[in-house]
Write a protein that binds this ligand. Structure first.
Ligand code: T5A
Length: 210
């Protein structure tokens, strides 16, 4: 029988270090002998990547409600074509952003009805087994984004008060779902953050993570 796969998401505001840490975690899990699918949102499947381009770099803006539905549509595609098949095959899935980003950005950030977002999220399976919430100060995030040297996407150009609402949103989500979420201090150097993440993964999954 195939050992069950595990579904781990990384969440947090811009520049929190999610992509860096997703890569390091996937490598560590592979070194421990697991098959790992590394993926991201919005995106992670062909149709979802097309929606990503539209949402982040497209010529059109959407109403906040339409934008929410497009993120959820991308997620449905991602789950069906990438995440569920990987988990069914016993793989560990490490996903850079997932449903908490919709709640934080569209719900807390843009003011879309949070009950509607939660209802939509409840329709999609599976839920993550573990969510690593990378928390960084506004100053850390701003310094990292400034040093990155690539063009900003649509969300990165929104004003600092939007990003502060998003940050507070992630903190609220983590506080209300402690059985799923572990908050990690992302202000530390990458190696220290990685060590904290490995400890969190081992605490959650025990021997299965080794
Ligand atoms: N979105 C997404 C929604 O609005 N709703 C949704 O439902 C979903 C799923 C996605 C955008 O879409 C929005 C949210 C986003 O705005 P994206 O390009 O995937 O766009 O954006 P981010 O996930 O925010 O990616 P970023 O690259 O901005 O942030 P990361 O991944 O958190 O950070 P990372 O690892 O790329 O690092 C950024 C820089 O900091 C350095 C890195 O080398 C890099 O230069 N760095 C560190 N420096 C010092 N110490 C550390 N610990 C560091 N970690 C990384």
């Amino acid at each position: 029988m195939t050992a069950p796969g595990r579904f781990i998401t990384l969440e947090g505001g811009e520049g929190a270090g999610k992509s860096t840490q997703a890569r390091l975690l996937a490598e560590a899990l592979r070194d421990a002998g697991h098959s790992v699918t590394e993926t991201r949102e919005p995106g992670g499947a062909p149709g979802a990547e097309a929606l990503r381009t539209l949402l982040l770099h497209g010529p059109t803006t959407f109403t906040p409600e339409a934008e929410t539905l497009l993120h959820v549509a991308a997620r449905a595609e991602h789950l069906a074509r990438t995440i569920r098949p990987a988990l069914a095959g016993g793989q560990w899935v490490v996903c850079d952003r997932f449903a908490d980003s919709t709640m934080a950005y569209q719900g807390y950030g843009l003011g879309v009805d949070r009950t509607m977002i939660a209802t939509l999220a409840a329709l999609l399976e599976p839920k993550p087994d573990l969510t690593l919430m990378l928390d960084v100060s506004a100053a850390t995030a701003a310094a990292r984004l400034a040093s990155r040297g690539r063009a900003a996407d649509r969300y990165e150009t929104l004003d600092p008060t939007f990003h502060e609402r998003v940050r507070r949103g992630f903190r609220t989500i983590a506080a209300t779902a402690p059985e799923r979420c572990i908050t990690i201090d992302g202000n530390n150097p990458p190696a220290a953050v990685h060590t904290a993440i490995l400890a969190a993964v081992q605490a959650r999954f025990g021997g299965a993570a080794k």
